[in-house]
Design a protein. Structure first.
Length: 367
């Protein structure tokens, strides 16, 4: 959902996710005729956006106490019901699994029979083995259909950060880039998308074995709110910790200031896990930044697959910014000892780049 309305912080704070006004995308973001773009449900698209883009969505699955479900963009269950269940039952756990090569093979073979060159922007390999399954299936399809073009790209960008990549990939295809060129563009462009998030509690991370249960208990008593980001591989890492929710939300605003590209033609994403009031507060603060009053902001709800791991109350911001490959090491002071060096998701610990933004506009728009 795109929201460009000027509202006071008080007015914004009471707007529910369902009441945000959807906006029709311009023709630059409509379904390209020369390239088929496939993504997956872990991109956490806002309602109606994937349909307007003409992007095909592969649904990841998750398993709860009542069996297996598919991430269908909150059509079969509301985000509120899902996360409220986690709030009420701290022991409630959902498990997730990667997509199998066989399932990818079915999807890619249908694309091959349709004949249109295809690019699959796949969920980060740092968080799921699905990328390797997709690569395996793509190679099988290439052998069976040697004239068919298919490219599998590790998007390296969790949740709605991938949505931003998908939006611009469609834009690039509509400007005339071939499937191969779109894939090459995405391989580089993904490093310019930043994401920062904060969690309401550490319960979901502990339940999933991402941090020790003792750390979650102590963190709750101390009102510790971690702020996470993701490194150049797409692995989620702890950036810092804050005492209290408001400080954690303000830290997200500061990270936006530090790394934003200042290209207001590119949208910003705000994502929450049934925490729209805080998401609206975050939007109001971003609009106070110089030149950001009319910024296009897309609100999304994190899906159940990622939501199962971060839990209710998560709030995140994603945007185009500096090159994340130019990393500065972040020392995890204090809380690093508390979690005994556990990695939250993925393989490494790192911080955001504070290098200056240089060539993003040319990269994204081809100027």
């Amino acid at each position: 959902m795109f929201n460009k309305k000027e509202k006071t912080e008080e007015e914004v704070s009471e707007v529910a996710f369902e009441d945000l006004e959807p906006t029709e995308l311009s023709s630059a973001y409509h379904k390209p005729t020369n390239v088929r773009i496939i993504m997956d449900s872990c991109a956490d698209f806002a309602p109606g956006i994937a349909e307007q883009l003409g992007v095909d969505i592969i649904q990841f699955s998750y398993v709860g106490p009542d069996g297996e479900h598919f991430d269908d963009g909150w059509k079969s269950i509301s985000a509120h019901k899902f996360f409220e269940g986690m709030r009420k039952d701290k022991k409630l756990r959902y498990t997730t699994s990667a997509i199998t090569p066989g399932h990818y093979l079915e999807i890619f073979e249908r694309a091959a029979k349709a004949g249109k060159p295809t690019v699959y922007l796949c969920f980060s390999s740092a968080l799921s083995s699905s990328f390797y399954a997709a690569e395996q299936a793509a190679e099988m399809v290439r052998e069976k259909y040697p004239d068919f073009e298919i490219y599998v790209v590790d998007n390296g960008a969790p949740s709605s950060a991938a949505q931003l990549l998908g939006l611009e990939a469609v834009h690039q295809a509509n400007k005339g880039l071939s499937a191969k060129e779109v894939a090459e563009w995405a391989e580089n462009a993904r490093y310019y998308i930043h994401g920062y998030l904060t969690l309401e509690t550490l319960d979901a991370l502990a339940a999933g074995g991402r941090i020790p249960a003792a750390a979650a208990n102590i963190g709750g008593k101390l009102d510790v709110k971690p702020e996470l980001t993701y490194d150049s591989t797409g692995a989620l890492t702890i950036k810092t910790v804050c005492r209290g929710r408001k400080k954690a939300l303000r830290s997200l605003v500061q990270d936006f200031r530090d790394s934003y590209s200042h290209d207001t033609s590119l949208p910003v994403g705000i994502i929450s896990a049934d925490a729209q009031k805080d998401a609206n507060w975050l939007e109001a603060q971003i609009r106070k930044e110089k030149g950001c009053e009319g910024l296009t902001i897309i609100h999304s709800q994190v899906g159940p697959v990622i939501g199962a791991h971060v839990g209710p109350g998560m709030v995140a911001i994603v945007f185009w910014g500096t090159d994340r490959r130019e990393k500065l090491t972040v020392l995890l002071i204090g809380f690093a000892n508390l979690i005994n060096g556990y990695k939250v998701w993925g393989r490494s610990l790192g911080g955001p780049s504070l290098y200056s933004y240089s060539s993003l506009k040319g990269l994204v728009h081809g100027t």
